[in-house]
Design a protein. Sequence first.
Length: 101
Amino acid sequence: MSVALLLAQPKNEQFPLNDETVSPGYLGFAVFLALCVAVYLLIRSMNKQIGKIQVPREADLVRQERERAAVDGDEQDEERNEARGAAKAENAGGATGSKRS
């Protein structure tokens, strides 16, 4: 026999073990009640956190995508215009420089 089984056996037979004599008692009830309260508080907190999440609607996502595309298009147009202006300046500078020589 293992040591745990030997220690678990009652030393005297005057105290029979059955459903009436062995119960969780007040301590078991208090632990169970504390666990129930903790689970309730955790679920309540989780519901508050989930309520704070803002899910964008599909129409908002489409509008944001259009705005991004418009901004990207404007930036590309500005870059093209700057490149054209720089090319014109080089051509104009090169043409005037050759006339002076």
